[in-house]
Design a protein around this ligand. Structure first.
Ligand SMILES: [Zn+2]
Length: 103
């Protein structure tokens, strides 16, 4: 007993143009998501400059390694607090953040 896959009639199949548009839209949305995330990181980082907390680890307060800040100026944790993955306390502000690498 197998599942019979029936091909949709030609009139119901997505056209190449439809698929191209779908791919373009998906890419555009991903790009916008990335821009929104980056904008938030920039704003957060500028706020840290204002507060005088730029470069301080949010977990232990120690200065974040220069190598990390050079790669990710928005980094929140120092090398020690990143590995192994720390148990992150619940902070509503960060809930929407999409994790990239170990940031
Ligand atoms: Zn730390």
């Amino acid at each position: 007993m197998g599942v019979t896959k029936m091909a949709a009639p030609a009139s119901k199949r997505p056209t190449v143009r439809f698929l191209q548009t779908w791919v373009e839209d998906t890419r555009r949305h991903a790009f916008l998501d990335a821009c929104i995330l980056d904008e938030r990181r920039v704003v957060d980082t500028l706020q840290k400059f204002e507060d005088g907390t730029f470069g301080n680890c949010v977990m232990c307060g120690a200065p974040i390694d220069r190598e990390i800040l050079a790669e990710q100026p928005w980094a929140k944790r120092c090398g020690s607090c990143r590995q192994p993955a720390p148990i992150v306390p619940f902070r509503p502000r960060e809930r929407a953040e999409i994790p990239r690498s170990a940031a």
